[in-house]
Write a new protein. Structure first.
Length: 174
């Protein structure tokens, strides 16, 4: 099972795309080819006021990743210790089987290299005890790199805060 998760708090996100720019910079990807994406929804009237919502997506590092099963060259693999689905560009043969197999459309085609690329939580960084590049550059702290168990708690706390309009007592964690 994946041990990590990039938690996104849409109530904090301002849609600045710093996460995407950071990803492209760290991974050396061409403009517009980030391994993470911010999607914009709106503006819509919510309680009579215009509202804009942003949603972050990146690889889900699935329990049973179909992209890994579809890859004939072994370029995609799931790490045993932490469940991160990693990509080795040197092994990629450019067959695009992973793109077809992934139900989320996460692996992306890179015209320049003739190979795919995908989010790997910046494994070179997390192996050094650092956070993924996208998380480190968020100016409003809307992204957090957490253990899976912590993500559920963060979502519950956000729901309680949004529902009741204030921070809740620690006892609400249980």
């Amino acid at each position: 099972m994946a041990k990590y998760y990039i938690y996104h708090d849409p109530t904090r996100c301002i849609g600045c795309l710093a996460c995407e720019v950071s990803c492209m910079d760290w991974k050396g990807l061409p403009y517009g080819e980030a391994n993470c994406r911010i999607f914009r929804f709106g503006p819509e009237a919510l309680f009579g006021e215009p509202d804009l919502t942003f949603m972050y997506t990146s690889c889900f590092h699935c329990e049973k990743p179909l992209c890994v099963e579809a890859c004939p060259s072994g370029a995609l693999a799931k790490r045993e210790g932490d469940g991160v689905v990693v990509f080795r560009e040197d092994l990629c043969i450019g067959c695009r089987a992973c793109i077809t197999a992934c139900p989320w459309g996460i692996p992306q085609w890179n015209e320049g290299t003739g190979k795919i690329h995908k989010c790997d939580y910046c494994v070179d960084r997390i192996d050094q005890g650092l956070e993924p590049a996208c998380v480190t550059r968020c100016p409003v702290d809307a992204l957090k790199f957490v253990r899976v168990e912590e993500a559920s708690q963060l979502k519950r706390m956000r729901w309680l805060r949004d529902t009741f309009g204030r921070q809740v007592a620690p006892a609400a964690n249980y």
